[in-house]
Write a protein that binds this ligand. Structure first.
Ligand SMILES: NC(=O)C1=CN([C@@H]2O[C@H](COP(=O)(O)OP(=O)(O)OC[C@H]3O[C@@H](n4cnc5c(N)ncnc54)[C@H](O)[C@@H]3O)[C@@H](O)[C@H]2O)[C@H](O)CC1
Ligand SMILES: [K+]
Length: 476
């Protein structure tokens, strides 16, 4: 399965096997939205297509149109609907200068220009009692209410004035049976709706939705882009240790650099990085940032001790420089079959696992290159995530598959894989496995691309590590 050299062919083979996701979460949609822009698709165009799609569904309805708009792009879609209707009252839940994005602001400006002629009426409100007159009118008669308040950016409990507007509309819906309420993309809070016009794919929050294509290509779902990085939880918490703890288990009498590179990469993201290795390696580590755990002997051993140490960490990254022999084979298999938390399996560890006895559970990420991938034996695509490194990286599990296009030939240097493994473990500390593997592949490659511009291919894995913060600053 998937042993072809052509990554795109492997991608389609995997896609064929795992099938299409028909319903997605708002968070997944937000990533697709961002990655459409990463592919060069203009957000103004998407907003125009979204607003037009809603307009087409409601334009023949009888009654007066009242459009409730938020300050995000859901509101922006509402501005576009108003323009196409060319006869509507637009109620902005906020002030014009609070509108969040260029594309929404541009559409609001157009409405303001049109409003001079009286067909478009605009109200900007902070508090629900500024529109008592509107709610009074809605008590009887035919109205089409458009909910362009909140879409995929909705988080948590509704804040004011959204909360009161939604509860007023729900009361009016009970009272006046001639009200027709349409939500744009995603219903705002618990708003009672007659119809939702959602874009691109059905959202898992939608109740009664029709799906409209707004020109987002499928490739926006297939490529790793800025959207994945923007969706990451990174260093959200100021309390030490709350931003993740990663333990690197690697190194041997033959290799000491690999676990250090993995550890240095992880340190760019998480608070605590431990390295568990043999004393020949540990005594070569002079970096004060690491917490060190030293074992006797030439190869990592003592599973009980390793499990005890690992219990104090969020993620274990295992394999870098471990060496391949009977001792490491025993250690790795016993460790991974007893360790129940998040695991990144890289390099030598990939080569020594008894796959027929391994539980490919969800919280495991493999980071093989093509040759290492041939060691991983599975009968059907596993729940565990596989980051298959290549000119194009393919990231997949039994539910998802994506391709990462960042990176260049300068990354073939020894140690680049260790950097990726450490970075993957660090992101994984606070994120789900699939987005962690996608994002670390993207960030690692993007850092290398920035270095290629500066230095040609003559950059080192340490250069990549030191470039990671620039990539995150640029995107987050
Ligand atoms: N590809 C597409 O699907 C397209 C979608 N479009 C529309 O854009 C919205 C998503 O826009 P976004 O700005 O990311 O989010 P929202 O408009 O949903 O809201 C963000 C805004 O609202 C505030 N907010 C969040 N939660 C709450 C809350 N509980 N109470 C009060 N306020 C809240 C938050 O501060 C944000 O500022 C998508 O749904 C589509 O309608 C594109 O226009 C076209 C392509
Ligand atoms: K909405």
């Amino acid at each position: 399965m998937f042993r072809d050299d052509d990554e795109i062919k492997i991608f389609y083979e995997i896609k064929e096997k795992i099938g299409e996701k028909e319903v997605i979460s708002p968070k997944e949609m937000a990533i697709i939205d961002e990655n459409a822009e990463y592919l060069g698709i203009n957000r103004l165009m998407l907003m125009e297509n979204a607003g037009r799609a809603v307009y087409e569904e409601i334009k023949d309805k009888e009654g007066e149109f009242i459009i409730f708009c938020g300050v995000g792009n859901n509101g922006g879609d509402g501005f576009v609907v108003a323009r196409h209707l060319n006869k509507a009252t637009v109620i902005l839940l906020g002030k014009e200068d609070e509108i969040k994005t260029y594309e929404a602001r541009e559409n609001f400006k157009i409405l303001k220009n049109l409003s001079i002629f009286g067909n478009i009426k605009i109200r900007e409100i902070r508090h629900v009692n500024e529109i008592c007159d509107i709610f009074e009118r809605l008590k009887e008669g035919k109205y089409i209410i458009i909910d362009a308040m909140l879409g995929t950016g909705q988080r948590g409990e509704l804040r004011e004035p959204y909360k009161s507007v939604v509860s007023e509309l729900n009361k009016l819906k009970e009272r006046n049976k001639e009200l027709f309420i349409v939500s744009v993309d995603v219903e705002t809070g618990d708003l009672k709706i007659d119809l939702t016009v959602t874009f691109h794919k059905k959202k898992n929050l939608n109740k009664n939705a029709i799906i409209k294509d707004i020109g987002i290509p499928k490739e926006a779902e297939w490529i790793v882009g800025f959207g994945d990085i923007k969706a990451l939880n990174l260093i959200e918490n100021k309390h030490k240790g709350k931003n993740g703890k990663v333990l690197i288990i690697g190194g041997s009498k033959d290799y000491f650099g690999a676990p250090i590179l993995a550890g240095l990469a992880a340190l760019k993201i998480v608070d605590i990085v431990g390295i568990l290795s043999v004393d020949k390696v540990i005594r070569k580590i002079t970096h004060p940032e690491f917490i060190l755990y030293s074992l006797e002997g030439d190869y990592v051993n003592n599973v009980d001790y390793a499990l005890e140490v690992a219990d104090g960490y969020d993620v274990v990254v295992i394999g870098n420089g471990l060496s391949v022999n009977e001792k490491t084979k025993d250690f790795v298999n016993e460790f991974i079959n007893n360790y129940e938390k998040k695991l990144v399996i890289d390099a030598d560890a990939i080569k020594v696992i008894n796959y027929h006895k391994f539980d490919f559970r969800e919280d495991v990420i493999f980071t093989p290159h093509k040759k290492e991938f041939n060691y991983i034996k599975f009968s059907s695509i596993p729940e565990s995530t596989i980051l298959l490194k290549g000119k194009k990286d393919i990231i997949f599990n039994s539910k998802n598959v994506k391709i990462n296009l960042t990176g260049n030939k300068g990354m073939t240097k020894g140690g680049t894989g260790d950097v990726l493994a450490g970075l993957t473990g660090a992101i994984f500390a606070k994120n789900d496995p699939f987005i962690s593997a996608c994002s670390s592949a993207f960030i690692n490659g993007y850092a290398a691309d920035l270095l290629l511009k500066e230095k040609g291919s003559y950059y080192t894995p340490i250069d990549i590590i030191n470039k990671i913060p620039n990539v995150l600053r640029l995107i987050k």
